[in-house]
Design a protein around this ligand. Structure first.
Ligand SMILES: C[S@@+](CC[C@H](N)C(=O)[O-])C[C@H]1O[C@@H](n2cnc3c(N)ncnc32)[C@H](O)[C@@H]1O
Length: 458
């Protein structure tokens, strides 16, 4: 689900419900609380919210409010928690989880949305009473009143006093410190803050044609504007499911950065022969590459280890009518050295797609790399072993983290690293750490921050 900007000022929404002096535990906030509980239990924010809204019967205006509230709360979670702990003088661990959810939502409304403080407090008290129990009303009221003593900027200044520069930057941009360190290691110093800020802006949905099935001009008849760099994309506000071509599979939803890095596989000359997407689920890149392969008279095989994700690939390719999807562990391929072009879009931390996953930044940690990097290296080695001599391998992550990008590529042997940024032709897309590799950035290119390397197998 996208993260829409509210069509009506949220302050209207807050004032409207307070007009009669009563603050009911209204259904929009109840829906937001339900979603927060599911997210606390490990659900993805977009799926949890989508599920709650589908059964809520909310008007689109209330659904927009609930969406902004949940996504904003998830994005700011670490900072909201620090504020609530400072205001209450107690650790969140000493509070019931349901109370913590209400406090987070209340603090987000009062400090980051245009809900008047008194409305944020009173509706939260009513919400706590209905969801947790009458006995917590006083506690929620007392803590939120102390939260509202300062505005957001004043809280940031207060919490940041005495902190080092990077800790303060992490606080100001609502990121865990380790992610600030990663960005600092791969970007010029004067771009780090704008890169972090770009994670706080939800992208407008981008559509993509399935080449050979529909031209971009036809896709544009449903509205939107052409993507800046990709010849296959359309940026279009609104629900993609309203577009008939998306519904019938001739088009899909795909970030422009994903379109660009996947297309690298099609650019240089290579021997003739079939193409392979070695870890394809849910299938966005496989669908684009299938069209590009077919334009050259070649076939594409899409592999995926998880059967339920292989089904998603199959659905994404359905309009081509000749999909070849196999459930297979890409690190132990059942095929030989028979592919001319192979894509490795490796499982990764996803640090380059934080703008579309509001909850993700607080869930991930550097420890995730312990399992990911060996898997990434194994998939890449397997891709090399599947590629004929002179064939191409593209290695992609939706992450700029050096350990899962440059380090993986630079440890590879028996391959030539080609000039991917030069071939792609997108400005300012050279990785700072290895200029033969592509690094897109949300703050520069308005795409996800994708990494890509193009390798020729010897
Ligand atoms: C980053 S996603 C690929 C995204 C995909 N290219 C797209 O554009 O929709 C990585 C995929 O690799 C799959 N995967 C993980 N380990 C794998 C393995 N050993 N073999 C094959 N697929 C694997 C994951 O289940 C996941 O679907």
């Amino acid at each position: 689900m996208s993260d829409p900007t509210p069509q009506t000022p949220v302050s209207d929404w807050g004032q409207q419900i307070s007009a009669d002096g009563a603050f009911p535990a209204d259904r929009a906030r109840q829906a937001a609380l339900k979603a927060m509980k599911a997210i606390r239990g490990g659900a993805y924010a977009n799926l949890a919210l989508g599920d709650v809204l589908a059964h809520s019967g909310l008007s689109s205006r209330d659904a927009t409010f609930a969406t902004e509230l949940v996504y904003g709360t998830c994005r700011n979670l670490g900072v909201l928690d620090a504020i609530i702990e400072a205001a209450s003088g107690r650790s969140l661990k000493t509070l019931q989880p349901g109370v913590v959810d209400v406090l987070r939502l209340g603090a987000q409304q009062g400090l980051k949305m245009r809900v008047p403080n008194h409305a944020a407090v009173s509706t939260s008290v009513a919400l706590a009473a209905s969801a947790v129990g009458q006995r917590v009303k006083g506690l929620v009221n007392a803590i939120l009143r102390r939260v509202m003593v300062r505005d957001w900027e004043e809280w940031i200044d207060h919490l940041a006093s005495g902190m080092g520069e990077l800790d303060a930057l992490a606080l100001r941009t609502s990121h865990p410190r380790w992610i600030v360190d990663v960005y600092t290691s791969v970007l010029p110093a004067d771009e780090v803050e704008s890169a972090l800020e770009a994670d706080n802006v939800a992208p407008v949905p981008t559509l993509v044609v399935r080449p050979g099935l529909i031209a971009r001009d036809e896709l544009l008849t449903w509205g939107g504007t052409p993507t800046t760099y990709s010849p296959w994309g359309v940026v279009r506000e609104g629900d993609p499911a309203q577009v008939e071509a998306v519904r019938d599979g001739r088009a899909g939803v795909q970030d422009e950065g994903s379109q660009l890095v996947a297309s690298l596989l099609a650019i240089p000359d290579a021997p003739q022969g079939p193409w392979l997407d070695i870890c394809a689920g849910p299938g966005g890149k496989a669908a684009l590459l299938m069209g590009l392969a077919r334009e050259r008279g070649e076939a594409l095989v899409a592999g995926e280890i998880h059967p339920h994700r292989a089904v998603l690939v199959q659905q994404g390719l359905r309009a081509y009518r000749t999909p070849a999807v196999v459930v297979a562990d890409g690190t132990r391929p059942a095929w030989g050295r028979c592919f001319a072009r192979v894509l490795v879009d490796a499982p990764c931390t996803g640090l380059g797609a934080l703008r579309r996953r509001p909850e993700a930044r607080w869930r991930k940690g550097p420890k995730d790399l312990d399992a990911l990097v060996p898997l990434q290296k194994a998939l890449l080695a397997s891709a090399f072993a599947s590629t004929v001599s002179g064939g191409l391998v593209v290695y992609i992550t939706c992450s700029p983290h050096p350990q899962e990008t440059i380090d993986v590529i630079e440890s590879a042997t028996g391959v030539e690293i080609l000039d991917a940024p030069g071939l792609l032709g997108v400005p300012d897309a050279r990785s700072l750490l290895n200029e033969q590799c592509v690094q897109l950035w949300a703050h520069r290119h308005h795409t996800d921050s994708m990494f890509a390397a193009l390798l020729r197998v010897q």
